[in-house]
Design a protein around this ligand. Structure first.
Ligand code: DOR
Ligand code: ZN
Length: 344
């Protein structure tokens, strides 16, 4: 039986929501990850440091005592964020980054930035204070095909942004295309990208496998096989500017299985098994630890975790659903067999 003991990983991009959902989902992350960058797209969004600190307390209260887990908080950038907010982020021991959602790009992004020029002075403040900008990299124009939104964003928005702010640290989140992989490979050290397990394992056919599959709908949307291959290539290079970010994004069953379903896959309980399967598929299991446990920590100047996580090559069946109070969330691969399991 093959086992893999690695330094405990960190999740570089996680949605844990709030209230009953938070209580139900955060344990799955704490069982695998030492820390996670927590997305601020609550309703209403987390737009001030005091809100982020209050949210931090709610997350910590939901984590079991025997599972130390550190939420790394972020602030949601809006047209109304001020330079003083950025200074407070820089000085907060709990808040690590600012998240840029183009308004309308995804779930709970309506409060996002409508025009980057409105936040130009804030980007300079972030560069000056060394606060990383986390980017949902998709344009929102209706004329742009949904499968092209990331590639167009890189050309139209990201490249000029990096040129305009030569010291700004940027994470292009949940990349999905070969254009993103190439752009990051050719970029400077201050530019990194997170990669989800689902974009490594599924191409866009998974959206239509024998019928429409709402649980495979996420944003950025799954892409063609050639792009999935580019992501697999990225992780196989061992380049430190690609690191783990699950983008686990739970939605209650009724919000997914409906005429207009929400975007997001709840992958947290399966995260490390899915990543192990992806790395194994390209004979790169030796690169998993650095991707999952070193590069994200290094990017954020955090010490690497002290504990370890052990994975075993064993078949196990993904539950049909996970309970959330009286409700359910469904993970992808529900009822299916995965070939790696977390054992300790
Ligand atoms: O699929 C997604 N779900 N993509 C996002 O950018 C947001 C997330 C969510 O919050 O549900
Ligand atoms: Zn996300």
């Amino acid at each position: 039986m093959q086992t893999l003991e690695i330094t405990q990983p960190d999740d570089g991009h996680l949605h844990v929501r709030d209230g009953a959902t938070l209580s139900a989902v955060v344990k799955a992350s704490a069982q695998q990850f030492g820390r996670a960058i927590i997305m601020p797209n609550l309703k209403p969004p987390v737009t001030t440091v005091s809100q982020a600190e209050a949210y931090y307390q709610r997350i910590c209260a939901a984590v079991p005592d025997d599972q130390p887990f550190q939420p790394l908080m972020t602030l949601y950038l809006t047209d109304h964020t001020t330079p003083a907010d950025i200074e407070q982020v820089a000085q907060s021991p709990l808040v690590y980054a600012v998240k840029y959602y183009p308004a309308g790009a995804t779930t709970h992004s309506d409060a996002g930035v409508t025009d980057l020029r409105k936040v130009w002075p804030l980007l300079q403040a972030m560069a000056d204070w060394g606060v990383p900008l986390l980017i949902h990299g998709e344009v929102t124009r209706r004329s742009i095909d949904v499968f092209d939104k990331e590639a167009v964003f890189i050309e139209e928005v990201l490249a000029p942004l990096l040129d305009a702010f030569p010291r700004l640290k940027v994470v292009l989140e949940h990349i999905t295309t070969e254009q993103a992989v190439q752009f990051v490979l050719q970029g400077e050290d201050r530019l990194a990208a997170t990669i989800t397990a689902h974009h490594l394992l599924m191409n866009r056919n998974a959206l239509f496998q024998g019928g429409i599959r709402p649980h495979h709908y996420c944003l950025p949307i799954l892409k063609r096989e050639q792009h999935r291959q580019a992501l697999l290539y990225a992780i196989s290079t061992g380049n430190p500017r690609f690191f783990l970010g699950t983008d686990s994004a739970p939605h209650l069953l009724a919000a997914k299985e409906t005429a207009c379903g929400c975007a997001g896959m709840y992958t947290a309980p399966l995260a490390m098994p899915l990543y192990a399967m992806a790395f194994e598929s390209v004979n790169a299991l030796d690169k998993l630890e650095a991707f999952a446990s070193f590069y994200g920590a290094d990017f954020y100047h955090l010490p690497r975790n002290q504990r370890t996580l052990t994975l075993q090559r064993t078949d196990w069946r993904v539950p049909d659903f996970y309970p959330v109070a009286d409700n359910r969330v469904l993970p992808p691969y529900a009822g299916q067999t995965l070939t790696w399991q977390v054992v300790a």
